[in-house]
Design a protein around this ligand. Structure first.
Ligand code: ADP
Length: 223
């Protein structure tokens, strides 16, 4: 469950971009698309939902925890264990194998069971069609394969919330469909709340609901 209530945020600098979200709830298992032109605040909203950015006022709850009242270390730990994030630029670690990238959370948080994570990594890699690549490094993968691995990494801890920022932005249509399907199916099967920004307006009918960021923008941004 992702719940934003009366959230206000602006980047420093007068007249800059500002966002006001009166209310946004994504229920367990619900898949919501976030649309709006480039620069309209989709990434900002996803970073607020993940507790990477903090709002000036209002509350952001993920899986019952209020991000705005937690110390930075607790937010980071919550992100590792309960929130899966996927970005347009994959952000895989070059020096780790695909297997270790997918199971990255186990290296960063000793309280996460590594054995469970390792078997989940195998299961997800098989579902994503990248099982044969588990021992390769990201440099030896195609763009589509890299993003499938990044999706597996986001799903490996069975997060309660999935925040995806144009995860198919750099992919050809067939890989974009594979990655989208992987994220949507996982959200449905594991009751994760999924919020995904996307430019692919032709593919919005696969989501349960579409939210237009235009309804939240106060000023600035957008093209
Ligand atoms: P989108 O994801 O829809 O492309 P963003 O959330 O990235 O939009 O950006 C929204 C607005 O905030 C834009 O006007 C952008 O220039 C501005 N912005 C983004 N990041 C920062 C930042 N770190 N500092 C100041 N302004 C920013």
């Amino acid at each position: 469950m992702i719940e934003l209530h009366d959230v206000r945020f602006a980047y420093p600098g007068s007249g800059g971009f500002a966002l006001h979200v009166p209310a946004l709830t994504v229920s367990p298992g619900e898949r919501v698309a976030l649309i709006g032109p480039s620069g309209s605040g989709k990434s900002t909203l996803l970073l607020l939902a993940g507790g990477v950015l903090l709002p000036h006022s209002g509350s952001v709850r993920v899986a019952g925890d209020d991000m705005t009242s937690l110390a930075a270390s607790r937010r980071r730990s919550l992100r590792l264990r309960r929130i899966g994030m996927v970005f347009q630029e994959f952000e895989l670690l070059d020096y780790l194998t695909v297997r270790d990238n997918i199971a990255l959370a186990g290296r960063l948080d000793a309280s996460i069971d590594r054995r469970t994570l390792a078997s989940e990594a195998e299961r997800l890699a098989t579902a994503a069609g990248v099982a044969a690549l588990l021992d390769r490094k990201p440099a030896a993968l195609s763009q589509g394969e890299r993003q499938r691995v990044a999706a597996c990494r986001a799903l490996a801890t069975r997060p309660a919330a999935l925040l995806c920022d144009e995860p198919t932005g750099n992919l050809d249509p067939s890989n974009a469909d594979i990655v989208t399907r992987l994220l949507l199916d996982h959200a449905r099967d594991h009751r994760a709340a999924l919020l995904m920004s996307t430019h692919r307006h032709e593919s919005l009918d696969v989501f349960d609901r579409v939210v237009d960021i235009a309804s939240f923008r106060l000023r600035g941004g957008g093209r």
